[in-house]
Ligand binder design. Sequence first.
Ligand code: ASP
Length: 416
Amino acid sequence: MKIYKFGGASVKDAEGVKNLVTILNHLGQQHTLIVVSAMGKTTNSLELVVKNYFDNKEDLQYSINEVFNFHNKILHNLFKEDNHQIFSEFHEIFENLRIFLKRNKSPDYSFVYDQVVSFGEILSTKIINSYLNYSSIPCNWVDARILIKTDSKYRDANLNWELTKTSIYNNINTKLLNITQGFIASDANNFSTTLGREGSDYTAAIFAYCLNAESVTIWKDVPGVLNADPRVFKKPQLLNKISYTEAIELAFYGASVIHPKTLQPLQKKEIPLYVKSFLNPSGKGTAISRGTKIDPLIPCFIVQRNLNLLKLSSLDFSFIVEDNIRDIFQILHENKMKVDLIQNSAISFSVCIYDKYSRLKELLSILKATFKVECTENVSLFTIRHFNEHSSNEILKNNKLLLEQRTNETLQLVVS
Ligand code: ASP
Protein backbone atom coordinates (compact mmCIF):
# COMPACT_ATOMS: atom_id res chain seq x y z
CA MET A 1 0.00 0.00 0.00
CA LYS A 2 1.12 3.55 -0.77
CA ILE A 3 0.43 6.58 1.37
CA TYR A 4 0.20 10.05 -0.20
CA LYS A 5 0.02 13.18 1.89
CA PHE A 6 -1.39 16.37 0.38
CA GLY A 7 -0.80 19.52 2.41
CA GLY A 8 -2.98 22.64 2.53
CA ALA A 9 -1.05 24.41 -0.25
CA SER A 10 -1.69 21.55 -2.69
CA VAL A 11 -5.48 21.83 -2.25
CA LYS A 12 -5.85 25.57 -1.73
CA ASP A 13 -8.37 25.95 -4.58
CA ALA A 14 -10.42 23.97 -7.13
CA GLU A 15 -7.40 23.75 -9.44
CA GLY A 16 -5.43 22.07 -6.65
CA VAL A 17 -8.15 19.47 -6.14
CA LYS A 18 -8.26 18.80 -9.88
CA ASN A 19 -4.49 18.44 -9.88
CA LEU A 20 -4.73 15.88 -7.07
CA VAL A 21 -7.10 13.85 -9.28
CA THR A 22 -4.65 14.11 -12.19
CA ILE A 23 -1.84 12.82 -9.94
CA LEU A 24 -3.97 9.86 -8.84
CA ASN A 25 -4.92 9.13 -12.45
CA HIS A 26 -1.28 9.17 -13.36
CA LEU A 27 -0.04 7.00 -10.49
CA GLY A 28 -2.93 4.58 -10.08
CA GLN A 29 -5.70 4.59 -7.53
CA GLN A 30 -5.76 1.24 -5.82
CA HIS A 31 -3.88 0.13 -2.72
CA THR A 32 -3.59 3.77 -1.76
CA LEU A 33 -4.44 5.96 1.21
CA ILE A 34 -4.42 9.72 0.81
CA VAL A 35 -3.98 11.87 3.88
CA VAL A 36 -5.18 15.45 3.39
CA SER A 37 -4.74 18.66 5.40
CA ALA A 38 -7.23 21.49 5.65
CA MET A 39 -7.47 23.52 2.41
CA GLY A 40 -5.09 26.47 2.02
CA LYS A 41 -4.85 28.47 5.23
CA THR A 42 -8.08 27.09 6.75
CA THR A 43 -6.40 26.04 10.00
CA ASN A 44 -5.35 29.67 10.58
CA SER A 45 -8.89 30.87 9.79
CA LEU A 46 -10.35 28.37 12.26
CA GLU A 47 -7.81 29.47 14.88
CA LEU A 48 -9.34 32.92 14.48
CA VAL A 49 -12.83 31.47 15.02
CA VAL A 50 -11.63 30.03 18.35
CA LYS A 51 -10.01 33.30 19.33
CA ASN A 52 -13.18 35.22 18.55
CA TYR A 53 -15.29 32.68 20.42
CA PHE A 54 -13.32 33.42 23.58
CA ASP A 55 -12.28 37.06 23.22
CA ASN A 56 -14.34 38.79 20.59
CA LYS A 57 -17.86 37.36 20.19
CA GLU A 58 -18.89 40.23 17.89
CA ASP A 59 -16.63 38.94 15.12
CA LEU A 60 -17.38 35.26 15.64
CA GLN A 61 -20.03 34.95 12.95
CA TYR A 62 -17.92 36.92 10.51
CA SER A 63 -14.95 34.58 10.96
CA ILE A 64 -17.15 31.50 10.50
CA ASN A 65 -18.56 33.03 7.30
CA GLU A 66 -15.03 33.51 5.99
CA VAL A 67 -14.36 29.77 6.30
CA PHE A 68 -17.77 29.01 4.79
CA ASN A 69 -17.30 31.32 1.78
CA PHE A 70 -13.79 30.06 1.06
CA HIS A 71 -15.00 26.44 0.80
CA ASN A 72 -18.27 27.37 -0.90
CA LYS A 73 -16.36 28.99 -3.75
CA ILE A 74 -14.21 25.87 -4.22
CA LEU A 75 -17.34 23.68 -4.21
CA HIS A 76 -19.02 25.78 -6.89
CA ASN A 77 -15.90 25.57 -9.02
CA LEU A 78 -15.81 21.80 -8.69
CA PHE A 79 -19.46 20.76 -8.98
CA LYS A 80 -21.74 22.00 -11.73
CA GLU A 81 -25.03 20.89 -10.18
CA ASP A 82 -26.19 22.89 -7.14
CA ASN A 83 -28.15 19.86 -6.00
CA HIS A 84 -25.13 17.54 -5.67
CA GLN A 85 -25.34 15.82 -2.28
CA ILE A 86 -22.02 17.40 -1.16
CA PHE A 87 -23.82 20.75 -0.74
CA SER A 88 -26.16 19.38 1.91
CA GLU A 89 -23.26 17.58 3.64
CA PHE A 90 -21.33 20.85 3.55
CA HIS A 91 -24.18 22.78 5.21
CA GLU A 92 -24.54 20.03 7.80
CA ILE A 93 -20.84 20.32 8.75
CA PHE A 94 -21.27 24.04 9.41
CA GLU A 95 -24.46 23.38 11.33
CA ASN A 96 -22.50 20.98 13.55
CA LEU A 97 -19.84 23.64 14.11
CA ARG A 98 -22.50 26.20 15.14
CA ILE A 99 -24.21 23.67 17.44
CA PHE A 100 -20.90 22.89 19.12
CA LEU A 101 -20.11 26.56 19.72
CA LYS A 102 -23.61 27.19 21.06
CA ARG A 103 -23.71 24.25 23.43
CA ASN A 104 -20.12 24.17 24.60
CA LYS A 105 -19.63 24.87 28.31
CA SER A 106 -15.91 24.14 28.54
CA PRO A 107 -13.68 27.13 29.31
CA ASP A 108 -10.63 25.10 28.20
CA TYR A 109 -9.15 26.96 25.21
CA SER A 110 -7.16 23.98 23.94
CA PHE A 111 -10.18 21.67 24.14
CA VAL A 112 -12.34 24.09 22.15
CA TYR A 113 -9.46 24.67 19.73
CA ASP A 114 -9.28 20.98 18.82
CA GLN A 115 -13.05 20.59 18.45
CA VAL A 116 -13.21 23.60 16.10
CA VAL A 117 -9.97 23.37 14.15
CA SER A 118 -10.61 19.72 13.24
CA PHE A 119 -13.52 20.89 11.04
CA GLY A 120 -10.91 22.06 8.49
CA GLU A 121 -9.73 18.54 7.72
CA ILE A 122 -13.28 17.16 7.76
CA LEU A 123 -14.31 19.76 5.17
CA SER A 124 -11.33 19.18 2.88
CA THR A 125 -11.63 15.38 2.87
CA LYS A 126 -15.43 15.44 2.39
CA ILE A 127 -15.07 17.78 -0.58
CA ILE A 128 -12.20 15.86 -2.16
CA ASN A 129 -13.87 12.50 -1.59
CA SER A 130 -17.03 13.72 -3.32
CA TYR A 131 -15.03 15.16 -6.17
CA LEU A 132 -13.14 11.90 -6.68
CA ASN A 133 -16.40 9.96 -6.85
CA TYR A 134 -17.84 12.66 -9.13
CA SER A 135 -14.80 12.10 -11.39
CA SER A 136 -15.61 8.36 -11.47
CA ILE A 137 -12.83 7.42 -9.07
CA PRO A 138 -14.36 5.30 -6.29
CA CYS A 139 -12.93 6.36 -2.95
CA ASN A 140 -13.56 5.37 0.62
CA TRP A 141 -13.82 8.22 3.19
CA VAL A 142 -12.25 7.28 6.52
CA ASP A 143 -12.66 9.23 9.76
CA ALA A 144 -9.15 9.47 11.26
CA ARG A 145 -10.70 10.37 14.63
CA ILE A 146 -12.11 6.87 14.91
CA LEU A 147 -8.82 5.16 14.08
CA ILE A 148 -6.13 7.36 15.66
CA LYS A 149 -6.44 7.36 19.44
CA THR A 150 -4.55 9.75 21.70
CA ASP A 151 -4.48 11.05 25.24
CA SER A 152 -6.36 14.28 26.09
CA LYS A 153 -3.43 16.67 25.72
CA TYR A 154 -5.40 18.95 23.42
CA ARG A 155 -3.41 20.71 20.67
CA ASP A 156 -0.43 18.42 21.13
CA ALA A 157 -1.88 14.98 21.77
CA ASN A 158 0.25 11.89 22.34
CA LEU A 159 -0.53 8.75 20.40
CA ASN A 160 -1.85 5.59 21.97
CA TRP A 161 0.07 3.29 19.64
CA GLU A 162 -1.51 0.04 20.82
CA LEU A 163 -5.13 1.11 20.19
CA THR A 164 -4.22 2.94 16.99
CA LYS A 165 -2.30 0.00 15.52
CA THR A 166 -5.19 -2.40 15.98
CA SER A 167 -7.90 -0.09 14.75
CA ILE A 168 -6.03 1.03 11.64
CA TYR A 169 -4.99 -2.50 10.77
CA ASN A 170 -8.52 -3.85 11.17
CA ASN A 171 -10.43 -1.03 9.50
CA ILE A 172 -8.56 0.01 6.38
CA ASN A 173 -9.24 -1.93 3.23
CA THR A 174 -5.80 -1.80 1.66
CA LYS A 175 -7.08 -2.87 -1.77
CA LEU A 176 -9.06 0.34 -2.30
CA LEU A 177 -8.40 4.03 -2.64
CA ASN A 178 -9.00 5.57 0.81
CA ILE A 179 -9.00 9.18 1.92
CA THR A 180 -8.52 10.40 5.48
CA GLN A 181 -7.64 13.55 7.43
CA GLY A 182 -4.18 14.54 8.60
CA PHE A 183 -3.56 16.17 11.98
CA ILE A 184 -6.72 15.03 13.80
CA ALA A 185 -7.44 12.16 16.17
CA SER A 186 -9.59 11.52 19.24
CA ASP A 187 -9.23 10.77 22.93
CA ALA A 188 -10.78 8.09 25.17
CA ASN A 189 -14.04 10.09 25.37
CA ASN A 190 -14.12 10.46 21.57
CA PHE A 191 -13.48 14.19 21.69
CA SER A 192 -11.34 15.46 18.82
CA THR A 193 -7.65 16.01 19.49
CA THR A 194 -4.90 17.38 17.23
CA LEU A 195 -1.28 16.33 16.82
CA GLY A 196 0.32 19.80 16.72
CA ARG A 197 0.52 22.26 13.83
CA GLU A 198 1.86 20.69 10.66
CA GLY A 199 0.83 17.34 12.12
CA SER A 200 -0.43 15.81 8.87
CA ASP A 201 2.96 14.42 7.90
CA TYR A 202 2.97 12.58 11.20
CA THR A 203 -0.50 11.16 10.44
CA ALA A 204 0.82 9.81 7.13
CA ALA A 205 3.70 8.14 9.00
CA ILE A 206 1.33 6.63 11.59
CA PHE A 207 -0.83 5.04 8.89
CA ALA A 208 2.26 3.85 7.02
CA TYR A 209 3.64 2.21 10.16
CA CYS A 210 0.36 0.49 11.07
CA LEU A 211 -0.31 -0.74 7.53
CA ASN A 212 3.29 -1.73 6.74
CA ALA A 213 3.09 0.58 3.74
CA GLU A 214 5.46 0.32 0.82
CA SER A 215 6.19 4.09 0.87
CA VAL A 216 4.97 7.53 1.90
CA THR A 217 4.97 10.46 -0.53
CA ILE A 218 4.56 14.03 0.65
CA TRP A 219 3.42 16.31 -2.18
CA LYS A 220 4.77 19.86 -1.83
CA ASP A 221 5.13 23.05 -3.84
CA VAL A 222 8.92 22.62 -4.04
CA PRO A 223 10.76 19.99 -6.15
CA GLY A 224 11.81 18.04 -3.03
CA VAL A 225 14.16 18.67 -0.10
CA LEU A 226 16.58 21.46 -0.98
CA ASN A 227 20.04 22.12 0.48
CA ALA A 228 18.97 25.63 1.56
CA ASP A 229 15.85 27.70 2.09
CA PRO A 230 15.15 29.43 -1.25
CA ARG A 231 13.85 32.50 0.63
CA VAL A 232 17.28 33.01 2.21
CA PHE A 233 19.90 31.50 -0.13
CA LYS A 234 20.42 31.91 -3.85
CA LYS A 235 20.19 28.88 -6.14
CA PRO A 236 19.34 26.07 -3.73
CA GLN A 237 19.93 22.56 -5.07
CA LEU A 238 17.75 19.49 -4.87
CA LEU A 239 18.92 16.65 -2.64
CA ASN A 240 18.23 13.30 -4.34
CA LYS A 241 18.70 11.06 -1.32
CA ILE A 242 19.00 11.55 2.42
CA SER A 243 19.28 8.90 5.12
CA TYR A 244 16.82 8.94 8.05
CA THR A 245 19.66 9.86 10.41
CA GLU A 246 20.84 12.73 8.25
CA ALA A 247 17.25 14.02 7.92
CA ILE A 248 16.92 13.95 11.72
CA GLU A 249 20.25 15.82 12.04
CA LEU A 250 19.07 18.49 9.59
CA ALA A 251 15.78 18.87 11.46
CA PHE A 252 17.69 19.14 14.75
CA TYR A 253 19.65 22.12 13.45
CA GLY A 254 16.42 23.85 12.47
CA ALA A 255 15.84 22.77 8.87
CA SER A 256 12.17 22.51 8.10
CA VAL A 257 12.78 19.24 6.23
CA ILE A 258 10.48 16.81 7.95
CA HIS A 259 9.61 16.65 11.63
CA PRO A 260 11.58 13.97 13.55
CA LYS A 261 8.25 12.69 14.92
CA THR A 262 7.32 11.81 11.34
CA LEU A 263 10.64 10.12 10.63
CA GLN A 264 10.74 7.87 13.69
CA PRO A 265 7.92 5.43 12.78
CA LEU A 266 9.14 5.29 9.19
CA GLN A 267 12.70 4.61 10.21
CA LYS A 268 11.60 1.79 12.52
CA LYS A 269 10.03 -0.12 9.63
CA GLU A 270 12.40 1.23 6.97
CA ILE A 271 9.54 2.69 4.96
CA PRO A 272 10.94 5.17 2.41
CA LEU A 273 9.63 8.72 2.41
CA TYR A 274 9.49 10.64 -0.87
CA VAL A 275 9.12 14.40 -1.06
CA LYS A 276 7.83 15.47 -4.49
CA SER A 277 6.32 18.45 -6.24
CA PHE A 278 2.60 18.38 -6.92
CA LEU A 279 3.35 20.82 -9.77
CA ASN A 280 5.65 18.31 -11.44
CA PRO A 281 4.57 14.83 -10.29
CA SER A 282 6.93 12.99 -12.63
CA GLY A 283 9.97 14.82 -11.18
CA LYS A 284 12.36 12.66 -9.15
CA GLY A 285 11.97 14.51 -5.86
CA THR A 286 13.89 13.44 -2.75
CA ALA A 287 14.00 9.98 -1.20
CA ILE A 288 14.56 9.70 2.55
CA SER A 289 15.45 6.13 3.37
CA ARG A 290 18.07 3.84 4.82
CA GLY A 291 21.53 3.95 3.31
CA THR A 292 23.26 6.81 1.50
CA LYS A 293 23.76 9.64 3.96
CA ILE A 294 23.24 12.42 1.47
CA ASP A 295 23.37 12.62 -2.31
CA PRO A 296 24.77 14.82 -3.74
CA LEU A 297 27.23 15.44 -0.94
CA ILE A 298 26.99 19.23 -0.91
CA PRO A 299 26.85 21.75 1.94
CA CYS A 300 23.39 22.20 3.46
CA PHE A 301 22.57 25.61 4.89
CA ILE A 302 20.22 26.28 7.78
CA VAL A 303 19.63 29.65 9.38
CA GLN A 304 17.91 30.51 12.64
CA ARG A 305 17.14 34.18 13.28
CA ASN A 306 16.24 36.23 16.35
CA LEU A 307 18.46 34.38 18.80
CA ASN A 308 20.40 35.79 21.75
CA LEU A 309 24.04 35.09 22.50
CA LEU A 310 24.97 35.06 26.19
CA LYS A 311 28.55 34.99 27.43
CA LEU A 312 28.80 34.08 31.11
CA SER A 313 31.93 34.20 33.22
CA SER A 314 32.49 33.75 36.91
CA LEU A 315 32.59 36.87 39.08
CA ASP A 316 35.67 35.65 40.98
CA PHE A 317 37.69 34.43 38.00
CA SER A 318 37.15 30.79 38.93
CA PHE A 319 36.63 27.99 36.39
CA ILE A 320 33.21 27.36 34.88
CA VAL A 321 32.86 23.63 35.47
CA GLU A 322 30.28 20.94 36.15
CA ASP A 323 28.30 22.50 38.97
CA ASN A 324 28.05 26.00 37.42
CA ILE A 325 27.11 24.47 34.06
CA ARG A 326 24.42 22.40 35.78
CA ASP A 327 23.06 25.56 37.44
CA ILE A 328 23.10 27.49 34.17
CA PHE A 329 21.09 24.78 32.41
CA GLN A 330 18.66 24.60 35.29
CA ILE A 331 18.01 28.34 35.03
CA LEU A 332 17.68 28.18 31.22
CA HIS A 333 15.22 25.31 31.53
CA GLU A 334 13.15 27.07 34.20
CA ASN A 335 12.90 30.09 31.92
CA LYS A 336 11.82 27.96 28.94
CA MET A 337 14.78 28.94 26.76
CA LYS A 338 15.65 26.75 23.78
CA VAL A 339 19.39 26.18 23.67
CA ASP A 340 20.78 26.10 20.13
CA LEU A 341 24.54 26.10 20.71
CA ILE A 342 26.97 26.02 23.64
CA GLN A 343 30.70 26.61 23.91
CA ASN A 344 32.86 26.73 27.00
CA SER A 345 36.39 27.69 27.98
CA ALA A 346 38.07 27.75 31.38
CA ILE A 347 36.38 30.86 32.68
CA SER A 348 33.55 31.52 30.28
CA PHE A 349 30.48 29.79 28.94
CA SER A 350 28.69 30.97 25.79
CA VAL A 351 25.19 29.91 24.90
CA CYS A 352 22.97 30.82 21.98
CA ILE A 353 19.29 30.72 22.94
CA TYR A 354 15.85 31.20 21.45
CA ASP A 355 13.53 33.18 23.73
CA LYS A 356 10.14 31.89 22.57
CA TYR A 357 8.29 33.08 25.66
CA SER A 358 9.88 36.57 25.97
CA ARG A 359 11.57 35.87 29.28
CA LEU A 360 15.03 37.23 28.48
CA LYS A 361 14.86 40.09 30.97
CA GLU A 362 13.97 37.80 33.88
CA LEU A 363 16.62 35.30 32.79
CA LEU A 364 19.36 37.93 32.69
CA SER A 365 18.54 39.27 36.13
CA ILE A 366 18.71 35.74 37.62
CA LEU A 367 22.02 34.95 35.89
CA LYS A 368 23.55 38.28 36.92
CA ALA A 369 23.25 37.30 40.56
CA THR A 370 25.93 34.64 40.01
CA PHE A 371 27.79 35.47 36.80
CA LYS A 372 29.18 38.31 34.79
CA VAL A 373 26.84 38.34 31.78
CA GLU A 374 27.27 39.80 28.31
CA CYS A 375 24.22 39.53 26.07
CA THR A 376 24.03 40.20 22.33
CA GLU A 377 20.43 40.25 21.19
CA ASN A 378 19.04 39.45 17.77
CA VAL A 379 21.88 37.32 16.43
CA SER A 380 21.61 34.68 13.68
CA LEU A 381 22.93 31.15 13.78
CA PHE A 382 24.03 29.65 10.47
CA THR A 383 24.58 25.91 10.45
CA ILE A 384 26.38 24.33 7.49
CA ARG A 385 26.26 20.53 7.35
CA HIS A 386 28.99 19.02 5.14
CA PHE A 387 30.75 22.35 4.85
CA ASN A 388 33.74 23.01 2.63
CA GLU A 389 36.33 25.77 2.66
CA HIS A 390 34.15 28.13 0.59
CA SER A 391 30.78 27.55 2.14
CA SER A 392 31.02 30.23 4.80
CA ASN A 393 32.39 32.99 2.50
CA GLU A 394 29.06 34.45 1.51
CA ILE A 395 27.77 34.47 5.11
CA LEU A 396 30.90 36.12 6.50
CA LYS A 397 30.97 38.72 3.73
CA ASN A 398 27.68 40.19 4.92
CA ASN A 399 27.77 39.57 8.68
CA LYS A 400 29.98 40.06 11.72
CA LEU A 401 31.23 36.77 13.21
CA LEU A 402 30.66 36.46 16.97
CA LEU A 403 31.32 32.79 17.57
CA GLU A 404 32.32 29.77 15.53
CA GLN A 405 32.10 26.07 16.26
CA ARG A 406 33.06 23.15 14.08
CA THR A 407 32.89 19.40 14.17
CA ASN A 408 33.85 16.99 11.36
CA GLU A 409 30.60 17.53 9.52
CA THR A 410 29.06 20.68 10.87
CA LEU A 411 30.14 24.31 10.96
CA GLN A 412 28.11 26.74 13.05
CA LEU A 413 28.48 30.50 12.92
CA VAL A 414 26.82 32.96 15.23
CA VAL A 415 26.71 36.34 13.49
CA SER A 416 25.16 39.73 13.97
N1 ASP B 1 -3.85 21.70 8.92
C1 ASP B 1 -2.84 21.62 9.94
C2 ASP B 1 -1.95 22.85 9.94
O1 ASP B 1 -2.11 23.73 9.10
C3 ASP B 1 -2.02 20.38 9.88
C4 ASP B 1 -1.18 20.22 8.64
O2 ASP B 1 -1.48 20.80 7.60
O3 ASP B 1 -0.19 19.51 8.70
O4 ASP B 1 -1.06 22.93 10.77
